[in-house]
Unconditional design. Structure first.
Length: 299
């Protein structure tokens, strides 16, 4: 079996299929992440005409359409893709069918963390952009769901003497900008944001994960029925706040990259400057003169 295959893509699709009728119950969470991501469009002066919504789960497409952008929604699950409204197509993010230069904007909100070949998927998404097209993505990063991961491992080890992966492995923030650069995006940027979720009970957290299609699709997962006491034991170990609720911070990498274009500004090469150091120093104010002025103001 190929060791590079981390996720069971058939399981990802089935989870999305089953979640499609219920994803509306977590629309507020998905919309919060999508709105924060799309806020970056307000900082861009150019106008976008045609966008690809990758795995937006009926949240991203309407936000883009409200901005007057023609949008095609795609998802590994045909049922989930149709929920976006308008044009929709079922595709595998690892084998995209779009011709080069089909879009001037691609948005992937919380949808690429179940992809095996993420660098390859990013290369295909970059190729689907027109020159100077914009790519926006949000991706869960560590330490998202770290307490749940730890309590599940501890509970399963105590009950069975072993443990299997039950939470998707997430990258770190520093990996995300490198992924964009590796995929050939120009001006790559990855910064972090955080959604602060709160649940009255642990089961409410699991219901939201299931409703979002975020069931366990790790290839090496244990496919047997888990011990009856596993989740009850693990969930009681989750930390709670002073109000007794379970705090679940979701750390996100907000990724921005542009399809290369000859018209884009180019970063300076190492050792290449537009202003000499001596000229910059000469232009700086005299500290002693500044101090005297400040003292004069005090008097």
């Amino acid at each position: 079996m190929d060791d590079s295959v981390i996720f069971d893509r058939r399981a990802v699709r089935l989870h999305r299929d089953r979640a499609a009728p219920h994803v509306g119950s977590v629309a507020d969470i998905l919309s919060d992440a999508a709105s924060r991501l799309l806020d970056r469009l307000d900082d861009v002066t150019r106008r976008f005409e045609r966008a690809l919504d990758v795995g937006g789960r009926s949240v991203v497409a309407p936000l883009l359409q409200n901005r007057g952008i023609e949008t095609i929604s795609c998802d590994l699950s045909s049922r989930m893709a149709r929920r976006g409204g308008g044009l929709a197509v079922a595709v595998d993010e690892e084998w995209l069918p779009f011709a080069p230069g089909s879009f001037d904007l691609v948005v992937a909100n919380l949808s690429l963390h179940w992809v095996n070949d993420l660098p390859g998927a990013l290369i295909q998404l970059r190729a689907a952009l027109r020159p100077d097209g914009l790519f926006l993505a949000s991706l869960p990063i560590l330490p998202t769901l770290a307490p749940l991961r730890a309590t599940l491992l501890e509970a399963e080890a105590s009950l069975t003497g072993g443990a299997s992966p039950r939470i998707s492995p997430f990258p770190e923030l520093r990996d995300c900008a490198a992924l964009l650069q590796r995929a050939g995006f120009a001006l790559p940027v990855a910064d972090s944001d955080e959604l602060l979720l709160s649940y009255a009970t642990p089961l409410a957290l699991l219901r939201d994960l299931r409703a979002a299609g975020e069931g366990n699709a790790v290839r090496l997962r244990d496919r047997r029925v888990p011990p009856r006491a596993l989740f009850a034991t693990a969930l009681t170990g989750l930390p709670t706040g002073p109000d007794g609720r379970i705090a679940v911070p979701v750390r996100l990498a907000m990724m921005t990259g542009w399809a290369p274009s000859p018209d884009q500004p180019k970063p300076l090469k190492r050792g290449q400057f537009t202003v000499r150091l001596e000229d910059a120093l000469d232009a700086m104010p005299d500290p002693s003169a500044t101090d005297e002025h400040a003292a004069g103001d005090d008097r």
